[in-house]
Write a protein that binds this ligand. Sequence first.
Ligand SMILES: Cc1cc2nc3c(=O)[nH]c(=O)nc-3n(C[C@H](O)[C@H](O)[C@H](O)COP(=O)(O)O)c2cc1C
Length: 314
Amino acid sequence: MSSINLTVNLGQLQLKNPLVAASGCFGYGTEYSDVVDLSTLGAIAVKGLFLQERPGHVPPRIVETPSGMLNAIGLQGIGVRRFIDERLPALRKHRAVVIVNICGTTVDEYAELARILSDAPGVAALELNISCPNIKEGGITFGCDLRGAHDVVSAVRRATSLPVIPKLTPNVTDVASFARAAEEAGADAVSLVNTFLAMAIDVETRRPRLSNVFGGLSGPAIRPIAVRMVYECRQAVRIPIMGMGGIMTAEDVVEFLVAGADAVQVGTANFVDPFVWPKLLDGLTGYLERHGHGAVRDIVGTVAVPGAAQRISS
Ligand SMILES: Cc1cc2nc3c(=O)[nH]c(=O)nc-3n(C[C@H](O)[C@H](O)[C@H](O)COP(=O)(O)O)c2cc1C
C-alpha cells in the first residue's frame, strides 16, 4: 500500500485522486460499472444533461481521425429528471463521486438545472457545459462570449451551493480571459478543454463525414494544445483547474498536472481501453514515488519554464 497522498481539492470538493471520467465518454457512469470500480475514480462527470430529453443528431455522429476522433453526438440525453430517478441511485450505490455536466439554451435553463440538482442527493458538483461545439443553440455561444460566460456562471452561482465548474471551450483566441471571467463570476474551479471544432470530408463522395457537417475533435491529436491552454489558465487564475485533452497514459496525466491542472479528466481513452483507470493511477503513483513526492499536489504547476512565464516560439 503506497503512502502517497493522492487527494486533490477542487474548492470545497475533495477527490480521493485526481482522475475524473470526462463527460460524454463514460455514459452516466452506470454503463461502466461492470468493468470499472466506480468508487476508485476521483469522480465521474456524467454525459451532458438538459432539462428535457434530447435525441441528438442522426448518424454518422463519430469519425476516427489521425490520433483522434471527431464527434457530433448533439448532446443526446435522458434529461435531468430521468437522470435523478434512474441513474443517481445506482451511482450512489456504487459510491461514485458524481459531477453533473449541465447544458442549456438560456441562462435561466442553466440556473433551473442547478436548482433541481441541488436538491438531488448524491450530486458532488456541477460542471457547466458552455463549450459544446456541435449544437446550434446555447452551449458554446455562452462559452465564446465573455459576458455570456460570466452571466451563466453567476446565475448558477446564485442558484446553488454546490461547487460550480464551468467547462471552457478551446475555440477562442484567449482561453485565459474566459477562465478569469469564470473566476470573477464565482466559479469554484474551471475545467478545460472541450473539443475543437473540426470537419472531415469523404473525398470519394465529397460529402462531410458527419451528418452535422462539423464536429468536435478529441484524443491525443489535441493534447499539446490543451496542455498549453491549461498552462495559460494557471497563470491567469487562482481557482483549481481540471485539465483534459487526449490523456491516454500516466505520463500524460503528469504532463497536465505539471502544467498547472489540479485534477484531470480522461475522455476518448475510454473508447480505446476501458481498463485504463488502474493503469493511470498506478503510473501516477509510481511517478510520484520515483521523484520523491509525497502528494499529488506537490507536482501541480511545477513546470520549469526558463525565463519568462510565457514563451511563444518562432
Ligand atoms: C463522444 C463524446 C461526447 C462528449 N460529450 C460531452 C458532453 O456531453 N459534455 C461535455 O462537456 N463534454 C463532452 N465531450 C468532451 C469531453 O468531455 C472532453 O472535453 C474532450 O473529449 C477532450 O478530452 P479527451 O481528448 O480525453 O476526450 C464529449 C467528447 C466525446 C468524444
